[in-house]
Write a protein that binds this ligand. Structure first.
Ligand code: 5RP
Length: 228
């Protein structure tokens, strides 16, 4: 296992230790979240889970966890999920796995949110990781031009690029498309978040601000706890 995988696993296992019997638990998406799901399943706590993607729902179910629909079971006690960047105040970029919309829906329905990651995800300022932006497929090229304008208003010169895999546009679980914007430096994440949300056709973006209450970051020296 690589150092990054060892750190992801340690962070996921530490997060599983936060879960108590009977909780309603939000399950993130990605390789770090998968370590959490495995560790949670091993604890056999009788929890009910809400998944942020089809892939995570399938993993959780295969491990014997009970998965419910968001909204069928009341407020989520704790959601644990990975991130692509962890910046100041636990501001985050998420969506590298194209699950950002469902992730944000689940995070916003949760009493507590814990982000788990390997040490390389910590950054002094957000923006090196291209910011994922989910858009509806209809008219997406026009929407991309409007996104360009919104980025420009925030002094970001990046041109958003349609995410493609195996020659085909990536589709999210909801059937939408993803554009990635290589911002470089995001000086004012909240201003950019508002500008992007104001574009018709943008479903959501990967800036997760004021949502995480705790980060558990795997490092060479153990798991670091960070608060906003
Ligand atoms: C998926 C995400 C993931 O949490 C993020 O991409 C981190 O992935 P990984 O844990 O595999 O590094 O936001 O949409």
């Amino acid at each position: 296992m690589s150092d990054a995988d060892t750190q992801k696993r340690a962070a996921g296992e530490a997060a599983a230790g936060l879960v108590e019997p009977g909780m309603l638990v939000g399950l993130g998406t990605g390789s770090t979240a998968a370590w959490f799901v495995r560790a949670l399943a091993e604890r056999k706590l009788g929890v009910t889970c809400v998944a942020t993607s089809t892939a995570t729902a399938e993993l959780a179910t295969s491990l014997g966890l009970t998965v419910a629909e968001l909204g069928d079971t009341g407020e989520i006690d704790l959601t644990v999920d990975g991130a692509d960047e962890i910046g100041p105040g636990l501001s985050l970029i998420k969506g590298g796995g194209a699950a950002l919309l469902r992730e944000k829906l689940v995070w916003e329905a949760s009493r507590h949110c814990v982000v788990i990651a390997d040490a390389a995800k910590r950054v002094p300022r957000l923006g090196q990781f291209p910011l994922p932006i989910e858009v509806v497929a209809f008219g997406h090229k026009t929407t991309a031009l409007r996104i360009c304008d919104a980025l420009g208003e925030c002094d970001i010169g990046a041109a958003p690029r349609l995410r493609v895999r195996d020659g085909q546009p990536v589709r999210t679980d909801g059937g939408n498309l993803i554009y990635d914007a290589a911002c470089g430096r995001i000086e004012e994440p909240a201003v950019l978040a508002a500008a992007l949300k104001s574009v018709t056709g943008v479903v959501d973006h990967g800036l997760f601000l004021d949502l995480a209450d705790l980060a558990l970051v795997g490092t060479a020296d153990g798991v670091l706890r960070l608060e906003p």
